[in-house]
Write a protein that binds this ligand. Structure first.
Ligand code: SF4
Ligand code: SF4
Length: 160
């Protein structure tokens, strides 16, 4: 399985599920979709190929590397077709942490704290089907060596 296949599998698991059963964007007026011209969501390995000719956003260099390759950002216009949103948007506000024992666990993304009102609720405050699907999505990514290296680097970078 190549990296993009793993990313597509992970994306498919989160095609229809969202953090709450209701539209959480009504709690915050869609705060996580209100960036600016240079604020974007990190793309996963190979995912930039899906946005080469995109009508609702563009791909930028992030200016650093993850998993041994230059990282890419997707900068959108604040709206997108739900079926085409990047994986990072689908996983938000959850994040994969690596434990000292070599395992992993899904937890709230500390980078989301300033934006997302759901962070204070904890994982247990989210729709359980969404949290399960995020876990499965990360498991699919970890089966691919490139995606696993990307996730390790991202976790390390977020702990600095
Ligand atoms: S910031 Fe949090 S609550 Fe608001 S739309 Fe994004 S995920 Fe939902
Ligand atoms: S790509 Fe879509 S889901 Fe992601 S931040 Fe932009 S509008 Fe929101």
């Amino acid at each position: 399985m190549d990296s993009l296949s793993a990313v597509l599998r992970a994306r498919a698991l989160l095609d229809t599920l969202t953090p709450l059963k209701s539209d959480c964007g009504r709690l915050c007026d869609g705060a996580c979709c209100r960036g600016d011209d240079s604020t974007g969501m990190l793309l996963f390995p190979g995912e930039d190929a899906l946005y080469e000719r995109c009508a609702f956003g563009r791909v930028l260099s992030a200016g650093f590397s993850l998993g041994g390759a230059p990282a890419k950002l997707f900068v959108c216009e604040g709206h997108c077709p739900r079926t085409e949103r990047p994986l990072a948007c689908r996983l938000f506000p959850l994040f994969l942490a690596f434990t000292k024992g070599g395992g992993t666990r899904v937890r709230m993304d500390t980078r989301a704290a300033a934006v997302c009102p759901l962070v204070s609720c904890g994982v247990q405050g989210l729709d359980a089907a969404f949290a399960d699907a995020v876990r499965q999505a990360y498991d699919a990514l970890l089966e691919d060596g490139t995606c696993a290296a990307y996730l390790h680097d991202l976790y390390r970078a977020c702990r600095l």
